[in-house]
Design a protein around this ligand. Structure first.
Ligand code: GMT
Length: 376
């Protein structure tokens, strides 16, 4: 099939999922066209992969550049000249409405382009609920040829927050477990934990919804009971505030900010525990990637996290903001080597349930279904 993929090209989970999905489909022989404003960070060269940049001109009249319109025109262009069979848009805003507009323009020219919308999280739980977006999101969801959500929790949220009747299929996010190393890099451990401390790690875009201050607070509690250090990977609006907070702490030297990384798994596989303190998390791809590296997870129980991090198997859960329970959960996992080893095994086993090989056919089937009506 010839498949167009629209996503955010940045470090966010939706862009990572879209990119890895496209790469896996290309590997299976599909021809993939990525259409976005910058080259997705995880995109690798492949003979079946093409990248089309959406360039918005900065005409002086525009205080706000009309990205959605330029994206729509690009979708029309790629669909016609690459002969797309189907379009898959990740993150509803503004991709689903642009896809619908492109579909209508193409229909006027006698060309059919079905499109699938994948809802990822904040497009439903945070941003999309804003009245300034809601009518457009509702309309785009209703008019997509198929809609998927990355967890049961997100599917429920979609029904709760938007007046939509249509079917929403859950296709969870995925990892390719065998591509992740389960062997710690001793050099890296020596660098980050020179005295044999336990290594905690958190990866995020440092948005307020991640509550990174709770990661720091639980760490400071834990280090009173167990020698440990904390690695913070990623960047975003809250980073400066959190970094200032850490510098002010007497234990700030045990907290290292590594910034954005293209391959965080290289650090993850040398850590002992992943911490995710989000107020809302539709899925928690970062936690799943840690689990695939054999790293247990201490997380909140918000959104789709309990579908990914199974308490007692891959890690432990607590309420949002309950830093004492988070610290005690971390102590339970790290305090005894046998328990830690059991959770590490459990994390890999649980990650295998989301292996790419299980998820990819679900997307291929969906594409076939939306393309099919015309061939039937
Ligand atoms: O808001 C974000 O954290 C970024 C966002 C994205 O679209 O990049 O992440 C969402 O999608 C990821 C991939 O499906 C999920 O793993 C994240 O849980 C989800 N984030 C939230 O729900 C906060």
């Amino acid at each position: 099939m010839r498949i167009g993929i629209v996503c955010y090209p940045t470090f966010g989970g939706s862009g990572v999922v879209a990119t890895e999905l496209g790469m896996a489909l290309a590997e299976k022989g599909h021809v993939i066209h990525f259409i976005t404003y910058d080259r997705p960070v995880r995109l690798r060269d492949h003979p079946n992969v093409f990248y089309h940049e959406v360039r918005v001109s900065d005409y002086p009249l525009f205080d706000y550049q009309p990205y959605e319109l330029v994206l729509t025109s690009k979708l029309v262009d790629v669909a016609k000249f690459a002969g797309l069979d189907v379009l898959h848009v990740h993150y509803a805003i503004p991709h689903a409405s642009a896809a619908w507009m492109a579909q209508r323009i193409l229909a006027a020219q006698g060309i059919r382009l079905p499109f699938v919308t994948t809802l990822h999280g904040t497009d439903i739980t945070l941003v999309g609920r804003d009245p300034s977006f809601e009518p457009v999101i509702t309309f785009s969801i209703e008019h997509s040829d198929a809609v998927t959500a990355v967890s049961e929790s997100l599917k429920r949220d979609t029904r709760t927050h938007f007046p939509v009747e249509r079917e929403v299929q859950v296709i969870p996010n995925f990892v390719c477990v065998d591509q992740y190393s389960h062997v710690p890099d001793q050099g890296l451990r020596d660098r980050y934990a020179p005295n044999g401390e336990r290594l905690l790690v958190h990866v995020s875009n440092f948005r307020p919804v991640k509550r990174v201050q709770d990661v720091v607070a639980m760490f400071l509690h834990l280090r009173e009971q167990l020698p440990c250090r904390l690695l913070l990977i990623g960047d975003g609006p809250e980073r400066q505030r959190i970094e200032t907070l850490c510098r002010a702490s007497v234990h700030g030297k045990d907290i290292l900010f590594l910034g954005k990384m293209t391959r965080p798994e290289e650090v993850l596989s040398s850590c002992d525990l992943f911490v995710l303190t989000s107020e809302n998390e539709s899925f928690g791809l970062a936690a799943l990637e840690a689990m695939a590296c054999g790293i247990p997870v201490v997380s909140t129980d918000s959104g789709g996290l309990p579908e990914v991090n199974i308490p007692g198997v891959s890690g432990l859960l607590s309420g949002v903001g309950d830093i004492l329970t988070m610290a005690s959960n971390a102590m339970t996992i790290l305090g005894d080597p046998n328990t830690h080893a059991r959770f590490k095994e459990g994390a890999i086993e649980q990650a295998r349930r989301f292996d790419l090989m299980r998820i990819l056919p679900q997307y291929e089937k969906l594409y076939q279904d939306v393309v099919a009506p015309v061939n039937a």
